[in-house]
Design a protein around this ligand. Structure first.
Ligand SMILES: [Zn+2]
Length: 177
């Protein structure tokens, strides 16, 4: 993702860019052609991947930053031209080898990295494995099926994933006793 100080030159005319205030925010603005770059949060589609056999879901170990080596839910950014469903289906297939059926939206979380210079919005869905075999690839280095209680023992990369899992478990995991 890009932050405010990424741009050095105008994307339209190539002139050196300046950071100036516009509509109450500091933005990259070209003094020659007037181009203004508006930053917007990126949209991430994220899955709680479940299976029919039990109440476990898939945690993946991240192979890339942010959170390299830590664990989280699989997913990724929505690309231009994709729907959120397209992106989620693609990302989960790439990362885990599973084709999924997308279920309920668990929730929407805003997230920030790098002292809030980088921002995104995560849409986190409950999904179910439709077919395929676990095959780790793409940005992940490991994956494991876990219960909600077990997941809490893993070092999780993102608070949004932790909160989504709590919401999901409150609604879905059968209470014992
Ligand atoms: Zn320009």
């Amino acid at each position: 993702m890009l932050s405010l100080d990424t741009f050095k030159f105008c994307m339209r005319c190539g002139h050196a860019i300046e950071l100036k205030s516009e509509s109450g925010r500091l933005r990259p603005i070209c003094p020659r052609c007037g181009y203004i770059h508006y930053f917007a949060p990126q949209v991430a589609a994220v899955a709680i991947v479940t299976r029919a056999a039990d109440e476990k879901f898939l945690l993946v170990q991240r192979g890339e930053n942010p959170g390299k080596g830590l664990w989280g839910l699989p997913g990724g950014f929505v690309e231009m031209g994709e729907t959120v469903s397209d992106a989620l289906t693609r990302e989960i297939l790439e990362e885990t080898g599973y084709e999924i059926e997308i279920g309920e939206l668990v929730g929407v979380w805003s997230f920030f990295n790098d002292a809030r210079k980088i921002a995104g919005v995560a849409l986190i869905y409950e999904t179910r494995v439709a077919r395929g075999e676990l095959r780790i690839a793409s940005d992940s280095t490991n994956a494991t099926w876990v219960t909600y209680e077990r997941a809490l023992e893993f070092p999780l990369a993102f608070e949004s994933h932790r909160e989504a899992l709590r919401c999901w478990a409150d609604a879905n995991v059968k209470k014992i006793g």
